[in-house]
Design a protein around this ligand. Sequence first.
Ligand code: UDX
Length: 442
Amino acid sequence: MRITVAGIGYVGLVTAVCLADLDHEVTCVDLNKSKIDMLQTGRSPIYEPDLEHLLEKNISYGRLFFTTNPKTAYKEADLIFITVGTPANKDGTVDLRYITVVAETIAQQITNDVIICTKSTVPVGTNEKIKQIIDNLKAGPFITTVISNPEFLREGSAVFDFFYGDRIVIGSDNPEASETMEKLYAPLHIPVIKTDIRSAEMIKYASNAFLATKISFINEIAAICEKLDANIDEVAVGIGSDKRIGNHFLRAGIGYGGSCFPKDTKALAQLAGNVQHSFELLDAVIKVNNRQQSLPIKKAKEVIPSLAGKKVSVLGLAFKPGTDDIRESASLKIMKELLQEKALITAYDPVAVPNMQKELGNNLSYTNDICEALWKSELAIISTEWEQIKQFPLSLYVKYMKDPVIIDGRNCYSMDEVKKHSIHYISIGRPTHIPETVHFNL
Ligand code: UDX
């Protein structure tokens, strides 16, 4: 099958590379020339485990191609994946400009019957609009079928998720096209769920909203645990062992970030509003998450009322481990607030420093060495649970910091370990540890 993937961001690139690895001929098209030039040399513009290796392999096997030319990309394609970005507008609605442009371009360039499969996260009803655009503008009497095939790829494990996902959703009103999609994915042996197009579009939003709800729920329980001297980690194990609840997405912390949850929860709330349904539960989920991202500074100021001129280490910049993506990352909010407070920040991350530098410039210091980040610092805020941070001995905080105060936003250390050290340790939903000997330089 000749496949074209339109829009080479996270989803597009991972999908294209993995489909090529299943022995399909895949052409990737994107308007960004420097990105395409880089990909042609086998280098990935994003950090994603296993991706670059598969990229190089499939280019060298002659089944993965990159172009900026729509004519080359869509000519004789049997199947086109739409994977362009669907960013949020200021009011939380979805900006469908790239979807419209790609649909118009496809219509002008196709040369035969084709299945168009949307992986981009789009509001319910969008695939019908895509079909209308293509049918109105198409250059010949070709049969075009539009399918919704949402993606469930997590950054940091996107390649793994492509090959070992929990399910594949195919939303279609054309049984033949559904069968073609099923055959495409058959080598993966992943259960396929077939639905109508609108339900498939809704499954994506509902999945992300539900996962976000689990996170905000556990964060609310964590807030109460703090007041009542209970330990959220133990509570999460206790409730997660009930199969009806499940033990995933119950890690309390400083909230969810990334390119999906914040955007998709707001978009679903908007979508509900459009049909005169006020999604109060989801509004609360979003509100709780905003509060969580502000917790580190609030907790810091309870110990160190003025952060002006204080040296603060921020450990972890990516919105989660395993990625260099900083979009909607808690660290971004934390550092913006710290800059307002006139704190002197040294920020650590193993891979996300260049991206943060592009965002916040040189108003702070950056390092990829934890020891350097902690040197003479008065406050350390852990915002991403990188393995490098989880494995970093607490004794070294004592060695490098001045009267160490640690705000662990991801509960990286066990309370048993914490109690062995002379540190002021504040985490999420667990008792605070204050050493008897500590003296603060307020
Ligand atoms: C998510 C979905 O999981 C994926 O299916 C979808 O297609 C894209 O959006 P991603 O954004 O890559 O994937 O990250 P995910 O692993 O889901 O984590 C999102 C955020 O939630 C992170 O900031 C993470 O730190 C936070 N999180 C996750 C928690 O705070 N607690 C948890 O228990 C789990």
